[in-house]
Design a protein around this ligand. Sequence first.
Ligand SMILES: Cc1cc2nc3c(=O)[nH]c(=O)nc-3n(C[C@H](O)[C@H](O)[C@H](O)COP(=O)(O)O)c2cc1C
Length: 220
Amino acid sequence: MNRPNIVLAITGASGSAYAIRLAQILLGAGYHIHVIVSGAARQVAMQELDVTMPSDDAPTSEWLQFTRTALATGTAERWGFRDWSTDFTGTFSVHGIGDYSAGIASGSFLTGGMVICPCSMGTMSSIACGASTNLVQRSADVHLKERRPLVLVPRETPLSLIALENMTRLSHAGATVLPAMPGFYHQPDCVADLVDFVVARICDHLDVEHSLVRRWGEAE
Ligand SMILES: Cc1cc2nc3c(=O)[nH]c(=O)nc-3n(C[C@H](O)[C@H](O)[C@H](O)COP(=O)(O)O)c2cc1C
Protein backbone atom coordinates (compact mmCIF):
# COMPACT_ATOMS: atom_id res chain seq x y z
CA MET A 1 0.00 0.00 0.00
CA ASN A 2 1.34 3.47 -0.89
CA ARG A 3 1.03 5.68 2.13
CA PRO A 4 0.89 9.46 1.68
CA ASN A 5 4.23 11.10 2.51
CA ILE A 6 4.48 14.03 4.90
CA VAL A 7 7.76 15.68 5.88
CA LEU A 8 8.06 16.56 9.58
CA ALA A 9 11.08 18.71 10.41
CA ILE A 10 11.81 19.39 14.08
CA THR A 11 14.04 22.40 14.77
CA GLY A 12 15.34 24.06 17.91
CA ALA A 13 12.50 26.35 18.98
CA SER A 14 10.72 25.68 22.23
CA GLY A 15 7.85 23.17 21.95
CA SER A 16 9.24 19.66 21.37
CA ALA A 17 5.93 18.27 22.63
CA TYR A 18 4.11 19.72 19.61
CA ALA A 19 6.35 17.72 17.28
CA ILE A 20 5.96 14.44 19.14
CA ARG A 21 2.21 14.81 19.43
CA LEU A 22 2.00 15.63 15.72
CA ALA A 23 4.07 12.54 14.88
CA GLN A 24 1.64 10.43 16.95
CA ILE A 25 -1.35 11.81 15.05
CA LEU A 26 0.27 11.39 11.61
CA LEU A 27 1.32 7.81 12.38
CA GLY A 28 -2.13 7.08 13.82
CA ALA A 29 -3.67 8.41 10.57
CA GLY A 30 -1.53 6.08 8.44
CA TYR A 31 0.95 8.53 6.92
CA HIS A 32 4.55 7.78 6.05
CA ILE A 33 6.46 10.52 7.85
CA HIS A 34 9.88 11.71 6.78
CA VAL A 35 11.50 13.09 9.90
CA ILE A 36 14.46 15.50 10.02
CA VAL A 37 15.78 16.63 13.40
CA SER A 38 18.22 19.51 13.91
CA GLY A 39 20.96 19.37 16.54
CA ALA A 40 19.31 22.22 18.44
CA ALA A 41 15.98 20.32 18.45
CA ARG A 42 17.70 17.49 20.33
CA GLN A 43 18.97 19.96 22.95
CA VAL A 44 15.52 21.48 23.38
CA ALA A 45 13.84 18.06 23.78
CA MET A 46 16.34 17.16 26.48
CA GLN A 47 15.79 20.47 28.26
CA GLU A 48 11.98 20.52 28.01
CA LEU A 49 10.96 16.87 28.21
CA ASP A 50 14.00 15.25 29.82
CA VAL A 51 14.13 12.68 27.00
CA THR A 52 16.88 11.77 24.55
CA MET A 53 15.79 11.52 20.93
CA PRO A 54 17.13 8.47 19.06
CA SER A 55 19.99 9.05 16.65
CA ASP A 56 19.18 9.58 12.96
CA ASP A 57 20.40 6.07 12.09
CA ALA A 58 18.57 4.32 14.95
CA PRO A 59 16.20 1.52 13.85
CA THR A 60 12.64 2.55 13.05
CA SER A 61 11.43 0.45 15.99
CA GLU A 62 13.40 2.73 18.34
CA TRP A 63 11.83 5.84 16.81
CA LEU A 64 8.36 4.31 17.06
CA GLN A 65 8.96 3.45 20.70
CA PHE A 66 10.23 6.99 21.35
CA THR A 67 7.16 8.51 19.67
CA ARG A 68 4.86 6.30 21.76
CA THR A 69 6.51 6.98 25.11
CA ALA A 70 8.15 10.43 25.03
CA LEU A 71 5.03 12.21 26.30
CA ALA A 72 4.24 9.50 28.84
CA THR A 73 7.59 9.68 30.63
CA GLY A 74 9.94 12.46 31.71
CA THR A 75 8.55 15.95 32.25
CA ALA A 76 5.45 15.51 30.06
CA GLU A 77 4.20 12.63 32.20
CA ARG A 78 2.30 15.20 34.30
CA TRP A 79 0.97 17.17 31.31
CA GLY A 80 -2.14 15.05 30.86
CA PHE A 81 -1.69 13.48 27.40
CA ARG A 82 -4.19 10.75 26.48
CA ASP A 83 -4.32 8.01 23.83
CA TRP A 84 -0.99 6.34 24.57
CA SER A 85 -2.06 3.13 22.99
CA THR A 86 -2.95 4.63 19.59
CA ASP A 87 -2.25 2.03 16.94
CA PHE A 88 0.29 3.39 14.52
CA THR A 89 -0.63 2.26 11.02
CA GLY A 90 1.78 4.80 9.54
CA THR A 91 5.51 4.38 9.01
CA PHE A 92 8.71 6.35 9.51
CA SER A 93 11.87 7.37 7.69
CA VAL A 94 14.44 9.47 9.52
CA HIS A 95 16.87 11.49 7.39
CA GLY A 96 20.15 13.01 8.52
CA ILE A 97 20.04 16.80 8.38
CA GLY A 98 23.00 16.81 5.98
CA ASP A 99 21.67 14.06 3.71
CA TYR A 100 20.89 15.84 0.44
CA SER A 101 20.57 12.51 -1.33
CA ALA A 102 17.27 11.86 0.48
CA GLY A 103 14.21 11.77 -1.81
CA ILE A 104 12.66 14.74 0.00
CA ALA A 105 15.52 16.95 -1.27
CA SER A 106 14.04 16.68 -4.79
CA GLY A 107 10.84 18.01 -6.31
CA SER A 108 10.33 14.74 -8.18
CA PHE A 109 9.65 12.97 -4.85
CA LEU A 110 5.94 13.45 -4.19
CA THR A 111 4.63 14.45 -0.78
CA GLY A 112 1.36 15.74 0.58
CA GLY A 113 3.21 18.56 2.33
CA MET A 114 5.81 19.54 4.90
CA VAL A 115 5.59 20.92 8.40
CA ILE A 116 8.41 22.46 10.44
CA CYS A 117 7.31 22.07 14.03
CA PRO A 118 8.55 23.84 16.02
CA CYS A 119 10.33 26.23 13.67
CA SER A 120 13.24 28.29 15.03
CA MET A 121 13.78 31.86 13.92
CA GLY A 122 17.10 30.70 12.51
CA THR A 123 15.54 28.06 10.24
CA MET A 124 12.78 30.47 9.25
CA SER A 125 15.29 33.11 8.20
CA SER A 126 17.32 30.60 6.16
CA ILE A 127 14.20 29.43 4.31
CA ALA A 128 13.08 33.03 3.73
CA CYS A 129 16.31 33.75 1.87
CA GLY A 130 16.44 30.39 0.06
CA ALA A 131 19.70 29.30 1.71
CA SER A 132 19.08 25.52 1.52
CA THR A 133 22.14 24.84 3.70
CA ASN A 134 20.65 21.72 5.31
CA LEU A 135 17.97 19.16 4.45
CA VAL A 136 15.25 21.00 6.41
CA GLN A 137 15.87 24.19 4.44
CA ARG A 138 16.27 22.38 1.12
CA SER A 139 13.09 20.34 1.54
CA ALA A 140 11.19 23.50 2.54
CA ASP A 141 12.52 25.24 -0.57
CA VAL A 142 11.36 22.27 -2.67
CA HIS A 143 7.86 22.49 -1.18
CA LEU A 144 7.70 26.20 -2.01
CA LYS A 145 8.94 25.82 -5.59
CA GLU A 146 6.64 22.84 -6.21
CA ARG A 147 3.76 24.80 -4.65
CA ARG A 148 2.99 22.09 -2.12
CA PRO A 149 1.76 22.81 1.41
CA LEU A 150 4.50 24.09 3.72
CA VAL A 151 3.43 24.81 7.30
CA LEU A 152 5.84 26.67 9.60
CA VAL A 153 5.17 26.61 13.35
CA PRO A 154 7.40 29.36 14.78
CA ARG A 155 7.79 30.00 18.51
CA GLU A 156 9.40 33.16 19.74
CA THR A 157 8.31 36.22 21.68
CA PRO A 158 8.52 39.12 21.18
CA LEU A 159 9.13 39.12 17.43
CA SER A 160 11.86 41.28 15.88
CA LEU A 161 11.19 43.19 12.68
CA ILE A 162 13.48 40.68 10.95
CA ALA A 163 11.32 37.74 12.10
CA LEU A 164 8.12 39.56 11.12
CA GLU A 165 9.50 40.35 7.67
CA ASN A 166 10.66 36.75 7.20
CA MET A 167 7.16 35.52 8.05
CA THR A 168 5.61 37.98 5.60
CA ARG A 169 8.03 36.93 2.86
CA LEU A 170 7.31 33.24 3.47
CA SER A 171 3.58 33.84 3.49
CA HIS A 172 3.88 35.64 0.12
CA ALA A 173 5.88 32.66 -1.18
CA GLY A 174 3.00 30.30 -0.31
CA ALA A 175 3.90 28.99 3.16
CA THR A 176 1.40 28.89 6.01
CA VAL A 177 2.81 30.60 9.08
CA LEU A 178 1.02 28.94 11.99
CA PRO A 179 2.58 30.18 15.25
CA ALA A 180 2.47 27.92 18.30
CA MET A 181 -0.18 30.12 19.95
CA PRO A 182 -2.82 27.99 21.66
CA GLY A 183 -6.24 29.53 22.25
CA PHE A 184 -7.97 29.23 25.58
CA TYR A 185 -11.62 29.41 24.47
CA HIS A 186 -11.96 25.62 24.48
CA GLN A 187 -11.34 25.70 28.25
CA PRO A 188 -8.21 23.56 28.50
CA ASP A 189 -7.72 21.37 31.56
CA CYS A 190 -4.02 20.70 31.14
CA VAL A 191 -0.87 21.33 29.09
CA ALA A 192 -1.85 18.49 26.74
CA ASP A 193 -5.02 20.36 25.76
CA LEU A 194 -2.94 23.40 24.78
CA VAL A 195 -0.55 21.26 22.75
CA ASP A 196 -3.45 19.49 21.05
CA PHE A 197 -5.03 22.83 20.14
CA VAL A 198 -1.97 23.78 18.09
CA VAL A 199 -1.49 20.29 16.62
CA ALA A 200 -5.15 20.25 15.53
CA ARG A 201 -4.67 23.49 13.55
CA ILE A 202 -1.53 22.05 11.92
CA CYS A 203 -3.45 18.90 10.91
CA ASP A 204 -6.24 21.04 9.44
CA HIS A 205 -3.71 22.81 7.23
CA LEU A 206 -2.16 19.53 6.08
CA ASP A 207 -5.59 18.04 5.40
CA VAL A 208 -5.02 15.34 8.03
CA GLU A 209 -8.12 14.01 9.75
CA HIS A 210 -8.15 14.17 13.55
CA SER A 211 -10.44 14.42 16.54
CA LEU A 212 -8.03 16.21 18.84
CA VAL A 213 -10.28 19.08 19.88
CA ARG A 214 -13.95 19.85 19.51
CA ARG A 215 -14.40 22.40 16.75
CA TRP A 216 -15.91 25.74 17.57
CA GLY A 217 -19.63 25.62 16.80
CA GLU A 218 -19.74 21.80 16.93
CA ALA A 219 -22.28 20.28 19.33
CA GLU A 220 -20.86 18.49 22.41
C1 LIG B 1 16.15 25.27 25.45
C2 LIG B 1 16.20 26.10 24.19
C3 LIG B 1 15.08 26.79 23.78
C4 LIG B 1 15.10 27.56 22.62
N1 LIG B 1 13.94 28.21 22.25
C5 LIG B 1 13.92 28.87 21.07
C6 LIG B 1 12.68 29.42 20.60
O1 LIG B 1 11.63 29.32 21.23
N2 LIG B 1 12.69 30.03 19.40
C7 LIG B 1 13.83 30.12 18.62
O2 LIG B 1 13.76 30.67 17.53
N3 LIG B 1 15.01 29.63 19.07
C8 LIG B 1 15.09 28.99 20.25
N4 LIG B 1 16.27 28.44 20.70
C9 LIG B 1 17.51 28.74 19.93
C10 LIG B 1 17.69 27.83 18.72
O3 LIG B 1 17.75 26.49 19.12
C11 LIG B 1 18.98 28.23 17.97
O4 LIG B 1 18.79 29.49 17.36
C12 LIG B 1 19.41 27.24 16.93
O5 LIG B 1 20.52 27.78 16.20
C13 LIG B 1 18.33 26.85 15.95
O6 LIG B 1 18.88 25.93 15.04
P1 LIG B 1 17.95 25.05 14.08
O7 LIG B 1 17.05 26.00 13.38
O8 LIG B 1 18.92 24.41 13.15
O9 LIG B 1 17.25 24.06 14.91
C14 LIG B 1 16.28 27.66 21.85
C15 LIG B 1 17.41 26.94 22.25
C16 LIG B 1 17.37 26.17 23.41
C17 LIG B 1 18.60 25.39 23.82
